[in-house]
Design a protein around this ligand. Sequence first.
Ligand SMILES: Nc1nc2c(ncn2[C@@H]2O[C@H](COP(=O)(O)OP(=O)(O)OP(=O)(O)O)[C@@H](O)[C@H]2O)c(=O)[nH]1
Ligand SMILES: [Mg+2]
Length: 188
Amino acid sequence: MQRRIVFCGAPQVGKTTLLAAVLASQHALPLKAHATATERLVRGDVACPPYHFTLITISGSFWYDHTPVMNWLLPGIHGVIYVGAPIPYNAVSQWGTDAPAQEWARQYRFWEYYTAHAAAASALWTNIPWIFVLNKGDVGTEYPLLEWMPQTQLTSVVRSIASSGEGIGRLWERMRVLYGVGKEPGLG
Ligand SMILES: Nc1nc2c(ncn2[C@@H]2O[C@H](COP(=O)(O)OP(=O)(O)OP(=O)(O)O)[C@@H](O)[C@H]2O)c(=O)[nH]1
Ligand SMILES: [Mg+2]
């Protein structure tokens, strides 16, 4: 039984690192990259009998409005892993006083982008289970995502430091329960 899960979130929040860490934790094959002139995607597969998880994420810091990727990426998926990062502790000293607000706005643009497409594909958290990952726990504690994500979904929050493997076990356990083992309504 196929379970297609998409990792979403602004560029550089750690989507690919999380995906790779989940694969490594399950001794799965390394992720595979798929690139065309207009699309960059990475994908990994995890066997978890009787399920077969396919994990996909968009890769790279570019804007997808001019590509068809969203026409097929979200329709029919079983779950979303939405990834956010904190405002770094050193944001102001490194990039100036506007940096925190800019980072907040940057992540929010992608939130609006992904949720608009998810709504069009009937893939919002009201349709399918979402997991909200607060990644990069080592670089800050203030997560813009916590301010705008639906407060009814706070029980679906997982904290992680993908680059060190911290939280990957909890994330996988949550994925297994939501998308595999326990037959959630609507997952067939
Ligand atoms: N400090 C720290 N760095 C991290 C963490 N997770 C990922 N990174 C680093 O952050 C950078 C971006 O990570 P990626 O996994 O490429 O992020 P992404 O969301 O896939 O980025 P795009 O593909 O550009 O959309 C890389 O240098 C990672 O090594 C974390 O938890 N803590
Ligand atoms: Mg990536």
